[in-house]
Write a protein that binds this ligand. Structure first.
Ligand code: NDP
Length: 252
């Protein structure tokens, strides 16, 4: 139910990978900012229900579905159904991502392409499905969630780093294509962020990583959500084609 105390909805935000971790924090933050929220995820239904409840508790409408972002037709149907349910998409965030770490010399083509198809093709699929409507309405904002690995590379993550570096080329190109039509496209590049993705790190690897972070700690999903909130709002009206590192100084 809509909370009458909240300001009028600034629009509809749609994101991939909204069930857990950084994606959930973004969904909840954008709901707190006043957006109705559509999100997809791969298969963790109970996590998705938790995100949905958090959005509804803020008085916003929510639409969610299990959709594999590697499947273009499924992403297209999801974005169309979300728009029918909530209204035209004003803001989109590509957040779904996976890692399958292995030394490149031992990496199978399947492990390579699983990661590239999810992280890079998935972002293109989302962009392809939401951008045309934004361009026609001459209004909108798109954010791609990359990684510091995409800027610097990372041993054991050739597939992941390549997929994230690809997002920088995708984001810069889309920003140039869309700027004349009132649509902004930006990239955030998180460093180490507390989530299921880093939970499997050994204590030793974690301590070594923390030593390399000038601000001395791993980030929180909310640190990334704060940056996304800024990039999709008018506070960043003169920012497009940017890559904003959220990494405690890791990549300095
Ligand atoms: P999590 O593993 O916690 O969550 C991943 C999210 O992506 C889940 O919602 C998952 O759905 C969804 N997802 C995965 N594959 C698919 C798919 N094929 N189709 C649809 N949804 C999918 O990850 P984080 O929150 O840590 O990461 C979110 C993003 O931030 C990723 O792009 C990641 O690369 C990036 N990032 C994370 C960093 C970190 O340190 N955590 C650092 C830098 C970047 P389900 O719950 O159903 O599995």
């Amino acid at each position: 139910m809509t909370n009458p105390a909240l300001p009028q909805v600034p629009g509809v935000a749609l994101l991939t990978g909204g069930s857990r971790g950084i994606g959930r924090a973004i969904a909840v933050r954008l709901a707190a900012d006043g957006f109705d929220v559509a999100f997809c995820y791969r298969g963790d239904h109970s996590a998705a229900l938790e995100t949905a409840k958090a959005v509804e508790d803020l008085g916003r409408r929510v639409f969610h579905r299990a959709v594999d972002v590697t499947d273009f037709d499924a992403v297209r149907t999801f974005t169309e159904d979300a728009a029918k349910e909530l209204g035209p998409v004003d803001t989109a965030v590509s957040c779904a991502g996976i890692t399958r770490d292995r030394a490149a010399a031992l990496m199978s083509p399947t492990v390579w392409s699983d990661v590239v198809r999810t992280n890079l093709d998935g972002a293109f699929h989302l962009s392809r499905c939401v951008l045309l409507g934004m361009l026609r309405r001459r209004h909108g904002s798109l954010v791609l969630v990359s990684s510091v690995s995409g800027l610097q590379g990372n041993a054991g993550q050739a597939n992941y780093a390549a997929s994230k570096a690809g997002l920088h080329g995708l984001g810069a190109s889309l920003a140039k294509e869309a700027a004349g039509h009132g649509v902004r496209v930006n990239v955030v590049a998180p460093g180490y962020i507390e989530s299921d993705m880093v939970a499997s790190m050994s204590a030793r690897a974690r301590a070594r990583a923390e030593e390399r972070i000038p601000l001395g700690r791993f980030g929180r999903p909310d640190d990334v959500a704060e940056a996304v909130s800024y990039l999709v709002s008018d506070r960043s009206a003169y920012v497009t084609g940017a890559v904003l590192r959220i990494d405690g100084g890791l990549a300095i």
